[in-house]
Design a binder for this molecule. Structure first.
Ligand SMILES: Cc1cc2nc3c(=O)[nH]c(=O)nc-3n(C[C@H](O)[C@H](O)[C@H](O)COP(=O)(O)OP(=O)(O)OC[C@H]3O[C@@H](n4cnc5c(N)ncnc54)[C@H](O)[C@@H]3O)c2cc1C
Length: 249
């Protein structure tokens, strides 16, 4: 049986690891097709988690308690590595642009926490657990029905095709596979296609020394008239998961 996972982001890689955990890799071929250029997953690169620069995709991501519990169930070592690489958030502080504190919201009870972590770092921690041969750099441009057995057939950018038995769709907001499910011709306009609603987000990293007076474990959201600005630590130092490292988001 051939299973294709389209997209090697956080969900695609996690799906692979879950299939592995429940024993579904045995006797099956499971391939992740990822459109993006492979990152450097060598041990040296993995150790260099502090490298936050403008080529990093997606700035930081907050993993909620629910997400962390999922990771814990998947692999306790993976979960602990995520905690070590990110910054544990205990409180959300909401304030107004005029400097008023509107709310201090605890993330939850003692067993509830949230981790801010570089998206690329999170991806890399997952990717390091997936064998290289399971990830193939290919862009899927369509999923059609194979002649005869009516199973799914992947169509790649170079116009080659591959018939598989099962497809797991993780190719994000501009998903080619989702479009194929709705048999739509246009990538941008079909039932359930993404719709731009006027919200734009820009994210990046700064040295954590810029966050003067910001307590460790706090994520800040400053609400303005037509937008909001968020900031907080996103790495940890060697002393523990709530101690600020060098990088803030
Ligand atoms: C600004 C912003 C902030 C966010 N913050 C958070 C947060 O703090 N916490 C949180 O939980 N969620 C957050 N989200 C939501 C979260 O990022 C998404 O829900 C999640 O990334 C969706 O995963 P996905 O696998 O569907 O897509 P993606 O993460 O986009 O992954 C898709 C992957 O598929 C690959 N791909 C795309 N097209 C193809 C193709 N045709 N062929 C092969 N590969 C392909 C891409 O290169 C990519 O690697 C945020 C989203 C945005 C935009």
């Amino acid at each position: 049986m051939k299973i294709a996972i389209i997209g090697g982001g956080i969900p695609g890689l996690s799906q692979y690891l879950f299939l592995q955990k429940v024993g579904l890799l045995r006797g099956r071929s499971v391939t992740i097709y990822e459109a993006r250029e492979a990152q450097d997953h060598s041990a040296a690169a993995a150790a260099d988690f502090g490298t936050y620069n403008s080529s990093v995709i997606g700035a930081s991501i907050g993993l909620s308690s629910t997400g962390l519990r999922v990771l814990k169930r998947l692999d306790i070592e993976l979960h602990d590595e995520i905690l070590r690489a990110g910054h544990v958030i205990r409180t959300w502080r909401m304030s107004s642009a005029r400097g008023w504190t509107l709310a201090n919201l605890p993330v939850g009870g003692d067993d509830e926490r949230m981790v801010m972590i570089g998206r690329e770092v999170c991806c890399q921690i997952l990717r390091n657990r997936v064998p290289d041969e399971a990830v193939v750099r290919r862009k899927v441009i369509d999923v059609s029905l194979a002649e005869g057995n009516n199973g799914p057939r992947l169509v790649f950018q170079d116009q080659t095709t591959e018939e598989v038995d099962f497809v797991i769709v993780c190719d994000g907001i501009w998903s080619r596979a989702r479009r194929a499910m709705f048999r739509a011709q246009d990538l941008n306009q079909y039932e359930f296609s993404p719709l731009y609603e006027g919200l734009v987000g820009v994210g990046g990293f700064v040295p954590s020394s810029k966050l003067q007076g910001t307590p460790e474990g706090e994520m800040n959201v400053v609400l303005g008239a037509n937008g909001f600005f968020g900031y907080g630590y996103t790495t940890v130092n060697a002393q523990g998961s709530s101690k600020a490292g060098d990088t803030a988001v």
